[in-house]
Design a protein around this ligand. Sequence first.
Ligand SMILES: Cc1cc2nc3c(=O)[nH]c(=O)nc-3n(C[C@H](O)[C@H](O)[C@H](O)COP(=O)(O)OP(=O)(O)OC[C@H]3O[C@@H](n4cnc5c(N)ncnc54)[C@H](O)[C@@H]3O)c2cc1C
Ligand SMILES: NC(=O)c1ccc[n+]([C@@H]2O[C@H](COP(=O)([O-])OP(=O)(O)OC[C@H]3O[C@@H](n4cnc5c(N)ncnc54)[C@H](O)[C@@H]3O)[C@@H](O)[C@H]2O)c1
Length: 479
Amino acid sequence: MTDTYDLIVIGAGPVGENVADYAVKRGLTAAIVESELVGGECSYWACMPSKALLRSGAALEAARRVPGAAEAITAQLDVAAVLKRRDEIVSDYDDGGQVEWLESAEIDLHRGFGRITGPKRVSVTAADGTVTELTANFAVAVSTGTAALLPDIPGLADVQPWTSREATGVTEVPESLVVIGGGVVASEMATAFASFGTTVTVVARGGLLSTMEPFAGELVGAALEKAGAVLKLGVSPTSARREADGSVVIELDDGSSVTAEQVLVATGRTPRTGDLGLASVGLEDGDWIAVDETLLATADTNKDDPWLYAVGDVNHRALLTHQGKYQARAAGEVIAARAQDRTVDDAPWGLHVATADNEAVPQVTFTDPEVASIGLTEKAAKKAGYDIRTVDYDIASVSGAHVAAEGYAGRARIIVDEARKVLIGATFVGQDVAELLHSATIAVVGEVPLDRLWHAVPSYPTISEVWLRLLETYGRPDA
Ligand SMILES: Cc1cc2nc3c(=O)[nH]c(=O)nc-3n(C[C@H](O)[C@H](O)[C@H](O)COP(=O)(O)OP(=O)(O)OC[C@H]3O[C@@H](n4cnc5c(N)ncnc54)[C@H](O)[C@@H]3O)c2cc1C
Ligand SMILES: NC(=O)c1ccc[n+]([C@@H]2O[C@H](COP(=O)([O-])OP(=O)(O)OC[C@H]3O[C@@H](n4cnc5c(N)ncnc54)[C@H](O)[C@@H]3O)[C@@H](O)[C@H]2O)c1
């Protein structure tokens, strides 16, 4: 294999793969460096296995909510079958399929740990210690993702807690589990383990899903409690220890404690830049890498010959696979455009920028109920200075929801920018709302005027009829 490429990508997660692919499609040569499995965190220890662990419980609960189907349920969730399906979905932790895809996309794979050693230079240390020096003609893209962040709680590291990797890779389901954190990982994993029959306690100092609309955390919390989980909200862990019988004790700042067989720490992420050689190019080792709208590192001040890009989780713009892949499409395109001296289209919503990262990020949290959101919450919109109107609707009142499930619990909210009469945010909470989200994403990104949305007719009786109810609640413009 050659050691000089137009583009070198460090990290073959979903994002790095797409940066390389889009650049190669424009005629560049590209190498990708991977120290673990091609496909990254998302494929093996994050999105895919977590959704596999959640799906069976959600399907079973959905059936329980429909008379006729409910009566046909004669047994509990088959946890062994769920874990087997998870193994299939992560290809038994074998990246052979993804390696084949790299070959078909004409991207050279260098297995090993990548380090930047200077401008446009990357060294790759293979597992056997062999070092290969790579040189880029035009660009290096860092897509090294994140690792779980362990908070500095006395004793926590010593109890060897689970992170998202151990939780998504579970082989023996614990009888009891303490989950520290109230974000997306905590909420999803609490839901999955509760569905397996584990006694779950969630310790969340800021409440559940606190960056989303308040009703998201309320509805997910209520459902978790209904599933048997205990919620300890507004309290923080102060110490952790393991007892002689192997159980973990977490002391809390309200004076109480929780004891469980295992503890999962889900308190956010840290960038995988600690040993990446960033200091060799004037950046801080271990930091997130700040970028401009074209994903170029802002520290790259070599404006005549820019070369350092950071794409995906590692730039801290939006820690989501789909958003990282969106950035990757722009980055691959702009790296090729700059290499080929073509015009860079960096106006908002242009070919070479990731404008949607700013105020149009969609996200589905696969709890039961699901939480699907796009754009700004009411709080964020006010903070950003928008003149807004908030419109809420109880999804249970929609005919489609009534057909879908007995006792449907859900809520929808849209945030309207009153100056332009367009949506800048939407949140749906409820069963089966995930697939509703893209309609809201199109409305937000397309800046579709409310007047025109009245002509987007939702089918009857689907849950999407909530769109009509939200518009009716907002009110028609004066004739
Ligand atoms: C439990 C969990 C569930 C999630 N579920 C979802 C979900 O449902 N939907 C969603 O959109 N997002 C989800 N996410 C977030 C999602 O996993 C990340 O946004 C996504 O993986 C980011 O992709 P990436 O390519 O930037 O990084 P990663 O997927 O982390 O890939 C980075 C790659 O770089 C490699 N690497 C790192 N350093 C080096 C080095 N120095 N040299 C060589 N290789 C290196 C790593 O081995 C890895 O393969 C979830 C996250 C977690 C933790
Ligand atoms: N379905 C999805 O889209 C999905 C699923 C899982 C993860 N993700 C992404 O992965 C990222 C990581 O998720 P996450 O849940 O780990 O992070 P998060 O930032 O969503 O939540 C972190 C939680 O930990 C708490 N916390 C932080 N420090 C703490 C401390 N010292 N003590 C106690 N609590 C503490 C916070 O209050 C918060 O509740 C997120 O950005 C998310 O977008 C997405």
